[in-house]
Design a binder for this molecule. Sequence first.
Ligand SMILES: *[C@@H]1O[C@H](CO)[C@@H](O)[C@H](O)[C@H]1NC(C)=O
Ligand SMILES: *[C@@H]1O[C@H](CO)[C@@H](O)[C@H](O)[C@H]1NC(C)=O
Ligand SMILES: *[C@@H]1O[C@H](CO)[C@@H](O)[C@H](O)[C@H]1NC(C)=O
Ligand SMILES: *[C@@H]1O[C@H](CO)[C@@H](O)[C@H](O)[C@H]1NC(C)=O
Ligand SMILES: *[C@@H]1O[C@H](CO)[C@@H](O)[C@H](O)[C@H]1NC(C)=O
Ligand SMILES: *[C@@H]1O[C@H](CO)[C@@H](O)[C@H](O)[C@H]1NC(C)=O
Ligand SMILES: *[C@@H]1O[C@H](CO)[C@@H](O)[C@H](O)[C@H]1NC(C)=O
Ligand SMILES: *[C@@H]1O[C@H](CO)[C@@H](O)[C@H](O)[C@H]1NC(C)=O
Ligand SMILES: *[C@@H]1O[C@H](CO)[C@@H](O)[C@H](O)[C@H]1NC(C)=O
Ligand SMILES: *[C@@H]1O[C@H](CO)[C@@H](O)[C@H](O)[C@H]1NC(C)=O
Ligand SMILES: *[C@@H]1O[C@H](CO)[C@@H](O)[C@H](O)[C@H]1NC(C)=O
Ligand SMILES: *[C@@H]1O[C@H](CO)[C@@H](O)[C@H](O)[C@H]1NC(C)=O
Length: 419
Amino acid sequence: MRSLSVICFTALAAAASVFAQDANATTTTGSSATTSASTTDSSSSSSSSDSTIATATSTSSAATASGSSTGSSTQGKVFQRILQIWLENTDYETASTLPDYQALAAQGILLNNTYAITHPSEPNYVAATGGSNFGIDNDDFYNIPANVSTIFDLLENKGLQWKAYQEDLPSVGYTGFKAHNGSYVRKHNPAIIYDSIGLNATRAANVVPATQLATDIAAGNVPHWTFYTPNMTNDAHDTTAEFAGKWLTNFFNTTLSNKTFVDETLILVTFDENDTYPKANRVWSLLLGAIPAASKNTTDGTFYTHYSSLSTVEQNWDLGNLGRGDANKTLANVYSFVASQIGYTNVAIANGSSVSYFNETIPGLLTNQSYNETHPSASASGSGSASASATGSTSGANGFTTSAVAVTIASAVVAALML
Ligand SMILES: *[C@@H]1O[C@H](CO)[C@@H](O)[C@H](O)[C@H]1NC(C)=O
Ligand SMILES: *[C@@H]1O[C@H](CO)[C@@H](O)[C@H](O)[C@H]1NC(C)=O
Ligand SMILES: *[C@@H]1O[C@H](CO)[C@@H](O)[C@H](O)[C@H]1NC(C)=O
Ligand SMILES: *[C@@H]1O[C@H](CO)[C@@H](O)[C@H](O)[C@H]1NC(C)=O
Ligand SMILES: *[C@@H]1O[C@H](CO)[C@@H](O)[C@H](O)[C@H]1NC(C)=O
Ligand SMILES: *[C@@H]1O[C@H](CO)[C@@H](O)[C@H](O)[C@H]1NC(C)=O
Ligand SMILES: *[C@@H]1O[C@H](CO)[C@@H](O)[C@H](O)[C@H]1NC(C)=O
Ligand SMILES: *[C@@H]1O[C@H](CO)[C@@H](O)[C@H](O)[C@H]1NC(C)=O
Ligand SMILES: *[C@@H]1O[C@H](CO)[C@@H](O)[C@H](O)[C@H]1NC(C)=O
Ligand SMILES: *[C@@H]1O[C@H](CO)[C@@H](O)[C@H](O)[C@H]1NC(C)=O
Ligand SMILES: *[C@@H]1O[C@H](CO)[C@@H](O)[C@H](O)[C@H]1NC(C)=O
Ligand SMILES: *[C@@H]1O[C@H](CO)[C@@H](O)[C@H](O)[C@H]1NC(C)=O
């Protein structure tokens, strides 16, 4: 059974509901915190009707422009900041036997029952910020429609700040497919793929070259929610897990050598997927930093997926949820040290592969759709990135036009799609 509070329907939402595909969509205006959907029991007895899964999103937040806000709503229950570091294409068994990962694990909580969502890369990065793979089963140039809600909406609704640090990103808010001979790739950027970010220069300004992290740490100015994507060499994609492990050690010894910063930040190191499709998609994951001292050098066998980082953040700051995988209690256990402190009950599953092998994409909004380079970018404000992604076409493969997107944005309505 699910419970949720009132949802403010708009004219656009009513119009949208005529699309069968969007029957589970709801919208809110940005003017009020109208929705806080929450699931209250196990998804194994899902009874949601088409109108019961809801999500609040908003375009009203000034979070990115207003400096740090210190109101109680930005106070996390257990941690005040999260940094995710994502590496590539490595089996659990491989990472767990390499000395660099083992040395790091001695400082953290090893999560030995954590699964990716699907293959290949892009739908996993997308899932970690949108709660769904949206039917994506490849690494093409996608632009996810601007009315699809994300964790960035939930964060901004609460006045929380976020940034995506991307190694070798050629410019702030860059929307192109790749750069520096493919050392930077859009498919590993979990924010810019969403048009709600990529087409909004204010929000795209939060997608920055990774060198900015050292600057932000020194200035004591790192946002509440952050994501770090190493380049294709450092993340093991074009090299090996061993190489990435050495990079990681060096990263902790240099950029992350500020003990104050590390101690006050929950750090998740994980891999996007493991390497063998016919096998269960278990990935090596580790929590570090702002964890209880007594939990260092321990293993947590709770079943987690990439949706767990969403649910944990949502619980920590009372953000509500996206109504997708992040709201599925089976798939989105909250990191147990957080769950125990806030009195959240996780679902007990000893071996995640008993739930799914997580090696196939679930159909969704973008199944059989190509959004290849259909939009000019949002770089009007000098991000200098338009040319790489724009083809001059304003009409996408679905017949979506940029003007339609603009109308949607101008009406200050963002719809949540339940997929
Ligand atoms: C979301 O945007 C897409 C593309 O513009 C459109 O086809 C769809 O109807 C919209 N859905 C809602 C619920 O507004
Ligand atoms: C939650 O996820 C489980 C495992 O994939 C699935 O069986 C179940 O149908 C999902 N529940 C909902 C409401 O989607
Ligand atoms: C809406 O959600 C319900 C419950 O998850 C599902 O049974 C139904 O098929 C969904 N409708 C659409 C149009 O996706
Ligand atoms: C762009 O994003 C900012 C910050 O979330 C928001 O305040 C603004 O309304 C958005 N602009 C549009 C056109 O959606
Ligand atoms: C971590 O725990 C193992 C035993 O599981 C022990 O051998 C090792 O010394 C510990 N390392 C640290 C740094 O505490
Ligand atoms: C989309 O772009 C990717 C990368 O350029 C390409 O491999 C793929 O074939 C394209 N898909 C379509 C349907 O054009
Ligand atoms: C990846 O980043 C490293 C710095 O960490 C740099 O030395 C290297 O040249 C980059 N790789 C490519 C292919 O640009
Ligand atoms: C270390 O990090 C803290 C918190 O982010 C920051 O206030 C401080 O300035 C940093 N110190 C140095 C030397 O970078
Ligand atoms: C990283 O720093 C630790 C001490 O904090 C040191 O023991 C280790 O040798 C360093 N590793 C590298 C590769 O610099
Ligand atoms: C997922 O794993 C199952 C079981 O090994 C296998 O039959 C299936 O082909 C795999 N799917 C993909 C896309 O590799
Ligand atoms: C991927 O992870 C699963 C689950 O741990 C494991 O069974 C499988 O062997 C891994 N793939 C490879 C190639 O080891
Ligand atoms: C994870 O580690 C715990 C504690 O060592 C162990 O009991 C459990 O069997 C492990 N789980 C998996 C899936 O290997």
